[in-house]
Design a protein around this ligand. Sequence first.
Ligand SMILES: Cc1ncc(C[n+]2csc(CCOP(=O)(O)OP(=O)(O)O)c2C)c(N)n1
Length: 268
Amino acid sequence: MTYDIEAARSRCKRYRTRILEISQQVQALHVAPAFSCMEITDVIYNELMRWPEQTKSPDVFVMSKGHGCMSQYVILEDRGVLEKLDLDNYCKPEGRLGAHPDYGVPGIEASTGSLGHGMGLVTGMAYGERMIGGDGIIYSILSDGECQEGSTWEAAMMAGNKFLENLIVFVDNNDFSGLERMSEGHQAFYPLQEKFEAFGFEGITVDGHDAEAILNAVGERKGGRPLVVICKTIKGKGVSYMEHVPIWHYRSPNQEEYTQALKELAEA
Ligand SMILES: Cc1ncc(C[n+]2csc(CCOP(=O)(O)OP(=O)(O)O)c2C)c(N)n1
């Protein structure tokens, strides 16, 4: 695959800056969860997915960790699917974008936010796509928190049973679920890749901020089975005071913090 790493870096920088800008309009916005999966979302939308204008059987993306949707909204704005006004009206009564994705909004294929439902949704979509003879690929981003939900594993087992090779799932493995680190409070969470493999997935683990590694993980898959890409990420990636600090799960920077964040992104 040909890949312009500098273009991807500059896109992600621009997207993070836009998310920070929106964070100044509302009291609370999930900045850190979006920064955690920024490169993953960028690779899916800007490198992997075939859009409706490119094929009769377009690919589908579902942001299963619904609270990470700002990473999705900024790309949909960039691609002209959403308008600037949509993001400017984020979480305002007159706007159509909420803090979690809503089906019916352009570019949003499923309502998510109740963690643990996404794997069932995308497994059904992938199975349905196969039943109608389509060649669309179904992509999704899951969080650590969702991998504690039984429904995730019930769906994973079906995806494995049905050899759904048109299903590609990325786990945003920032090691945080809410205020707790998985590696501290939930030791049985790991090893994660092997758990998916036991359910019939092909698995690989990569640096989730290395867009090229994410892209290669997909490009080099053996196929014949659903794929899981465990992406090792940093919650709040890109802004030093947010990285690994749980309070930034759901807090908007004040003016001083905003200025510092912009400076750090510009200098990165
Ligand atoms: C079923 C369900 N339980 C609880 C919540 C509340 N909630 C929102 S985000 C979150 C945890 C965030 O951690 P994680 O899911 O790992 O996401 P990330 O660290 O990537 O932001 C929780 C418990 C929810 N949205 N859905």
